[in-house]
Every structure is written in structure tokens, then in C-alpha cells.
Design a protein around this ligand. Structure first.
Ligand code: BEZ
Length: 258
């Protein structure tokens, strides 16, 4: 199985665990959709620092967690040494007919091209196995990302569409890709999930953790000014009752390998 030697790993596993634990907290309800059975062999694709893989283990699942980020995998191994975690890229999995389910929370919006990942997921599953995923859908955090790009451009730093790091499909688009990969889509939902970003610096922390690539190539002092402008300009839309609320829009899907 291919392992990635991740020298260019921008993920900060400590920041993820301390300031963004909501990612795996929201993922708990995705486990309900997965409805794992004791003894099932399940791949947690994009396991981050391992919290959901451990929840699956506690339900009696034989789980393997994989993530493209070596930093995340290192932290997962430290937190949950009784579990197996590997550095792997979702577009380069080499499993064949091995899993009862592939589970993926808050990962597939980072993965391009999506069809490569779907083909790998399909190949990884046993016949009758299920793919259960949640990730960013069309329009996800658009108020924030549009404003960052607007401020960056205004400051004289161009932004090309291909620099946009995420893939945020509509349900129609993603269900079609799933069907093309061979899945029968049994569930698909695109819903608003306003997401609280804790503290006065919640939006800034979110940009540092997830949106830093939108500011790539911008000098540090200009970045600070841009983030301050973004906070100012989106405050009316996204600051509610003393908290930042990010405009998350999520996709949830279930597909079965027939
Ligand atoms: C995430 O990976 O959790 C994420 C990335 C971009 C926007 C929202 C969430």
C-alpha cells in the first residue's frame, strides 16, 4: 500500500484539536448514518487526528484510519496507539474488496479529482459495502471565501480559479459521479449547517486553519490587514449573538457497491 512522505504538510494537528474539535463533534451524527455493526471492517478516509476512528473502535468496529497529512496521522497514533493509522492519499488507495464500509467526514472537499477518489473507494469496498460521507457542498463558506478573495485581489494579489483549494459540488453533480463510479446512491442531502467558531478570534482561527492557501503569496503584514478587513465586512452577515457563525453548507451521501 502506497505511503506518502509528506514534506509539504501544512496541517497543524494541535490547532485542529484545540480550536476545531467541532469537526469531529459534528461527525458523530454521521456515524449514526453509517450505523456500524460490531466486527465490521471500516476504512475512515481522512481520519484527521483519529477521534471518529476511535468512536468506531468503541462500537466494536475493526477500523483503519488514513489521512494524507503525516502531521495528522502522527497525532492520531499518539492519541490512539491501539488503532492503525496510515498516511495515504484518497486518490491513490490500493485496497481491493476489503471493507464493509468506507466512512469519510470533512475530507472529500479537499480531494481532486473527485472521480479518482470515488473509484478508489468503490474498489476498496466489498460487494454490498457502503460509502458514507459528509463534506462541503456547493456554496460552502462562500461568504467568507468570496470576501477573502475580494480583499486579496484589491490588495494587488491576483487569484486564479485553479488556486481555489476545495471541491464543493452540488448534489446532482456528486450523485452523478457516484453513479459513474458504480454506486447506487441511496441517500443524498445538501443542507445548511451554520457552524459556530468559538471566541472573538474564531473567524481568524478558521482562516489560519482552513483558508490559509487563499492567502498564499501575500506578505504577512498584508495578510493581517486582509483578515481584519474580512472580519469587518462579513461581521453583519456572520456574527450572531456574540459568536462567529460560518456559513457551512454540507453534502451527505450514502452509496452502495452493487
Ligand atoms: C474542513 O476541512 O473542515 C473545511 C474546509 C473548508 C471549509 C469548511 C470546512
Amino acid at each position: 500500500m502506497k505511503k506518502i512522505n509528506s514534506t509539504n504538510d501544512s496541517w497543524n494537528a494541535n490547532l485542529y484539536d484545540t480550536k476545531h474539535s467541532f469537526v469531529s463533534e459534528y461527525g458523530s451524527s454521521l456515524i449514526e448514518l453509517l450505523a456500524p455493526m460490531p466486527g465490521e471492517r471500516i476504512l475512515d478516509l481522512g481520519c484527521g487526528t483519529g477521534d471518529l476512528a476511535n468512536s468506531l473502535y468503541e462500537k466494536g468496529v475493526n477500523v483503519i484510519g488514513v489521512d494524507k497529512s503525516a502531521n495528522m496521522v502522527e497525532q492520531a497514533i499518539q492519541k490512539y496507539p491501539h488503532l492503525e493509522f496510515l498516511v495515504q492519499d484518497a486518490t491513490e488507495l490500493e485496497y481491493q474488496n476489503e471493507f464493509d464500509a468506507v466512512f469519510s467526514n470533512a475530507t472529500l472537499h479537499w480531494v481532486k479529482p473527485p472521480a479518482y477518489a470515488l473509484n478508489c473507494i468503490y474498489q476498496s469496498l466489498k460487494k454490498g459495502g457502503r460509502f458514507v460521507a459528509e463534506f462541503g457542498g456547493k456554496g460552502n463558506v462562500q461568504t467568507i471565501t468570496d470576501e477573502i478573495i475580494r480583499q486579496r485581489t484589491k490588495a494587488g494579489f491576483d487569484f486564479m480559479p485553479e488556486q481555489f483549494p476545495w471541491y464543493y459540488p452540488s448534489i446532482a453533480e456528486y450523485s452523478t459521479l457516484m453513479e459513474e463510479a458504480g454506486f447506487r446512491v441511496t441517500f443524498a442531502q445538501h443542507y445548511d449547517r451554520p457552524t459556530k467558531l468559538n471566541g472573538e478570534n474564531g473567524l481568524k482561527n478558521w482562516i489560519d486553519m482552513f483558508g490559509s492557501s487563499l492567502l498564499e503569496g501575500v506578505p504577512e503584514d498584508t495578510k493581517i490587514e486582509i483578515i481584519a478587513m474580512v472580519e469587518h465586512n462579513v461581521k453583519e452577515a456572520l456574527y450572531k449573538e456574540d459568536s462567529w457563525m460560518a456559513d457551512y453548507k454540507r453534502i451527505r451521501v450514502v452509496g452502495v457497491k452493487e
